[in-house]
Ligand binder design. Structure first.
Ligand code: C5P
Length: 275
């Protein structure tokens, strides 16, 4: 194995998100389906270097965060502490918007953990990679498995779920404004859902709008009318299903055909056909 790697860390959307209860540790018990977005990703290069430094260079979208707090740097430090690896130089080309509910930072952290496992031939198995990732966030372990998962606990307990969207068109759209995780959780009212998301998602996509809910939407769409507007535009353009992803502010739409969109020029837009 060469001592450097370039990896694509692609993001996710949440198909439904129920906030079930607040836990004593301050986290919330969730029920959600995470679905990988294959063509929207950050590009990360990880290279082994002499000594024990973690060097970081950012490109692309500028992340407003001190280097030591950047999840890729924290992921590298975690691997160094646990496995006594050498230093690494990480270049992060950021393309996935943040403050979006797309898990971009989490995907990056998990990509660095996996890349260091490969570069240093550590032989760590997937469950252990997932638990290392879980030390850095709640949706990080999802990116170890990278197929549609029904996620519970704080998001880290996963079971594979069959969501077949092949051939559909996926649009991810985000206004310039972001939503912080803190804002999303502070306005939510936890409740035990009556229906099982795994059953709802087994119905045809054009039935989802009437049954699959993101519990953050009610208050976030009210305080961020621009997000509500984008969701409505996706529905107007013929989306079979449109919803906010995670804690927002990104919204996604699933279409049967390639849509003609009418969104303002300052909206981030990603379109792909799912294969
Ligand atoms: O784990 P992560 O860093 O993604 O979470 C950021 C914050 O979001 C947590 O500190 C917590 O306040 C909130 N959170 C939560 N319940 C979850 C996941 C996150 O309350 N299941």
């Amino acid at each position: 194995m060469s001592l450097s790697m370039v990896v694509k860390a692609h993001c996710k959307i949440n198909i439904g998100l129920r906030v079930v209860r607040r836990r004593e540790d301050g986290y919330h018990e969730l029920q959600t389906i995470m679905y990988p977005v294959r063509e929207l990703y950050d590009v990360i290069s990880v290279e082994a270097i002499e000594g024990s430094d973690v060097e970081f260079e950012g490109r692309g979208i500028v992340v407003d965060c001190p280097v030591e707090k950047n999840l890729v740097v924290r992921a590298a430090r975690l691997m160094q502490q646990r496995y006594s690896t050498r230093g690494v130089r990480i270049t992060l080309d950021k393309r996935v918007p943040f403050g979006a509910g797309l898990g971009g930072g989490s995907a990056d952290a998990t990509a660095v953990i996996s890349a260091m496992n490969d570069i240093f031939a550590l032989g760590i198995d997937r469950p252990t990679l997932a638990s290392l990732a879980a030390e850095l966030g709640s949706d990080t372990p999802f990116f170890v498995y990278d197929t549609p998962q029904y996620c519970t606990g704080r998001g880290e307990i996963m079971e594979p779920v069959d969501v077949d969207l092949r051939g559909k068109w996926l649009v991810v759209a985000k206004p310039q404004e972001g939503v912080s995780t803190a804002e999303a959780y502070s306005g939510v009212r936890p409740a035990v859902p009556e229906s099982d998301l795994r059953e709802l998602v087994a119905h045809p996509v054009d039935k989802w709008q009437e049954s699959i809910v993101n519990d953050f939407e009610a208050h976030i769409l009210e305080s961020h009318p621009r997000i509500a507007q984008i969701k409505q535009s996706l529905l107007d353009a013929g989306a079979e299903y449109a919803a906010m992803s995670g804690s927002g502010s990104a919204v996604f739409g699933i279409f049967d055909q390639q849509p003609a969109l009418n969104l303002s020029a300052d909206t981030f837009i990603h379109i792909e056909q799912i294969d």
